[in-house]
Design a protein around this ligand. Structure first.
Ligand SMILES: C[S@@+](CC[C@H](N)C(=O)[O-])C[C@H]1O[C@@H](n2cnc3c(N)ncnc32)[C@H](O)[C@@H]1O
Length: 205
């Protein structure tokens, strides 16, 4: 694992140990906020046809439950850098035949779609420049292993200055929109209208 991600892995593993397989265990404030994020990100999969999806930074697999309530035919692979998260996800979803959970940062095969909720936020002591490079590299990787598109969220640089923290990364939505549009696809949506200090980008190929 990279020098940037090792401390992040320890951070999330300790959250899970402290709070268990609940939103607080993946560092979210509430189940409502977690679902609101899934609602935005899953606009990517506006289809009745069968699809495959990779969930990058799956935590304990809450997105799988969300998708299962809305879509009938899909296969899911959840990936996380934390073994403890993957163990919790597998324990919570023992009977789900269309799903697998693996430690890692990318699937070993191409998928139709990929979703990443919350993986770019906690940078801890990392400097801004390498963290930004990591965000771009990760988006390039998501582009490489998907055939139909991907979606992700980031904390917004438009957050109130007095509430911003040194250990978190606040991305410029306009910059990432521009990058996605120029580099990945013509059809890109920027969603910044759902009352959290963050935005979602949807890239449709
Ligand atoms: C904020 S939590 C969100 C978990 C889940 N997506 C959810 O919304 O319930 C972020 C998760 O991503 C994992 N993670 C962070 N960076 C990652 C990366 N580059 N690749 C895979 N997993 C990552 C962390 O271990 C953590 O479990």
């Amino acid at each position: 694992m990279s020098n940037l991600l090792s401390p992040v892995e320890r951070y999330y593993t300790s959250k899970l140990e402290k709070f268990g397989a609940l939103p607080a265990g993946v560092d979210w404030n509430s189940v409502e906020g977690q679902s609101k994020r899934f609602e935005q990100l899953s606009k990517l999969m506006s289809t009745d046809a069968e699809f495959s999806v990779a969930d990058l930074g799956c935590g304990y697999g809450a997105l799988l439950d969300y998708l299962s309530q809305r879509f009938n035919r899909f296969s899911y692979v959840g990936l996380d850098i934390s073994q403890a998260m993957i163990d919790a996800a597998a324990r919570l979803h023992p009977q789900v035949s269309n799903a697998q959970f693996l430690v890692g940062t990318k699937p070993d095969h191409k998928v139709d779609f990929a979703v990443a909720s919350g993986i770019f936020n906690v940078k801890l002591a990392a400097d801004e420049a390498p963290w930004r490079a990591y965000v771009v590299e990760t988006l390039e990787r998501m582009n490489d292993f998907t055939t139909r598109g991907f979606s992700f969220n980031c904390l917004t640089a438009y957050s109130d200055a007095d509430r911003m923290r040194q250990d978190l990364h606040y991305a410029d939505p306009c910059e990432l929109f521009d990058l996605c549009k120029r580099r990945f696809a013509r059809n890109v949506a920027l969603l910044h209208d759902y009352d959290l200090y963050e935005f979602t980008i949807i890239v449709r190929k």
